[in-house]
Design a protein around this ligand. Structure first.
Ligand SMILES: [Zn+2]
Length: 411
């Protein structure tokens, strides 16, 4: 058997705050948000491990002799280190990187570095694990890649029998198979624990900015408030507008023949739709960020090419307070940009709406500091794409328009 009291004491030690002063060996900790994860671990005594390891089912393999001899803080640091491997799904991610037995120790070194970013501010790094680099921005995948060129062995990083399959996805002989009926944490439960830890962290004082938990704050933010890339939103908006315009289904250039039009008993194949007309209105006023505009137009071209309507091209016009150079282009990025004065997109929207046939979809790229038409245009879906101007509150768009906000990731 094993020393259950010591395990309990070690969990509490991690959760509770240490005495003030980071130089004290009994320093920070104060990790109440780790409670759910620490109590989810399933203790399993094993003589095959040196200290402690975890498998993907959150089983905690512990050497009973080591546990009996180790101090409560030592056990606590091991526990914190191992649960962060699990919370961060290092096993799944190792598989995603194609980690094999031969590259597993390099992966664990990368994973230990990543875990160190989370445990170090709380004074929770096990003493046998040395933090080699400190960079809160790097993912474990990037660390793994970068270490490929580094022939130095992982020094005091996890040895081959350390951490367990919960850190690298490579199962060990002493581990219970995932398929057994023995208690384990399922993938779904693991995901729930992960979300709970992230939510609890953001609600804690650390999550509100104390204690220098930079990597942990970024991690929790991404889980609790994931940012959907604007490219994805723009794609969904354009596809949605095109689907609305065509009533769904595939598109064709074929117009109804005169015979069909006068012979209503003849049923056309229902999936043959008229290819939609897309118009692009581009704000060329001085306040528009050209780099952002370039990114957005490139993205639009990508989206249009997946719609299989690209042969038709687009109607395009550049606008400041006047409409310039209204013409058909093959791609949005082919448009010559004119203008540079004030901003009034209603002029450009009116210009494209006057085309016959009237475009079914009008996409306006603007910084948003513009008047909009008072009413929707009959038969037309308007997509308002706001190019990030970083000038305070995002500007308003009409309620009847589809709104997409682009954010410049490079900033
Ligand atoms: Zn480790």
């Amino acid at each position: 058997m094993f020393d259950d009291n010591k395990l309990t004491a070690a969990r509490l030690w991690v959760i509770s705050a240490g005495r003030s002063g980071t130089r004290s060996p009994d320093g920070p900790r104060n990790q109440p948000y780790l409670a759910r994860a620490l109590y989810a671990l399933i203790p399993t005594p094993s003589d095959d491990v040196l200290r402690m390891t975890v498998d993907e089912g959150w089983r905690l393999y512990m050497n009973p002799e080591w546990l009996a001899a180790a101090s409560v803080p030592d056990v606590g640091r091991e526990l914190a280190h191992l649960v962060w491997h699990l919370i961060n799904r290092h096993a799944d991610r190792a598989r995603g990187c194609g980690v094999s037995e031969s590259s597993a120790s390099r992966w664990r070194r990368a994973a230990d570095e990543a875990v160190g970013e989370f445990t170090d501010p709380a004074g929770l790094r096990p003493c046998h694990i040395r933090l080699i680099r400190n960079d809160t921005q790097i993912t474990v995948e990037t660390r793994f890649e970068q270490l490929a060129g580094d022939s130095a062995p992982g020094a005091d990083s996890c040895g081959l029998d350390e951490c367990g399959s919960g850190a690298d996805g490579i199962s060990r002989s002493y581990e219970s198979p995932r398929t057994t009926d023995l208690p384990q944490v399922s993938r779904v439960d693991g995901e729930l624990i992960r979300r709970d830890v992230a939510t609890a962290f953001l609600r804690s004082a650390h999550g509100r900015g104390t204690g220098g938990y930079i990597a942990l704050a970024r991690w929790a933010e991404e889980i609790v408030n994931p940012v959907v890339p604007w490219q994805q939103i723009l794609g969904a908006a354009v596809r949605g507008a095109v689907t609305t315009a065509t009533g769904g289904g595939d598109y064709t250039y074929r117009r109804l023949s005169r015979r069909t039009a006068t012979a209503p008993n003849i049923v056309l194949p229902s999936r043959q739709r008229v290819i939609p007309e897309i118009a692009v209105v581009i704000d060329t006023s001085g306040s528009v960020d050209e780099r952002m505009l370039g990114q957005a137009l490139t993205e639009l071209d990508n989206i249009v090419s997946t719609l299989q309507i690209s042969e038709r091209g687009l109607i395009a016009v550049s606008v400041d307070t006047s409409a310039y150079n209204l013409r058909r282009v093959r791609r949005a990025t082919d448009i010559d940009l004119f203008g540079g004065g004030g901003t009034d997109m209603t002029v450009g929207i009116a210009a494209v709406a006057a085309q016959r046939p009237r475009p079914e979809v009008v996409i306006v790229f603007t910084d948003g500091c513009t008047p909009w038409p008072a009413q929707p245009i009959a038969g037309t879906t308007l997509v308002a794409v706001l190019l990030d101007s970083r000038s305070g509150a995002p500007p308003a768009t009409p309620e009847w328009a589809i709104r997409v906000e682009c954010v410049d990731e490079a900033l």
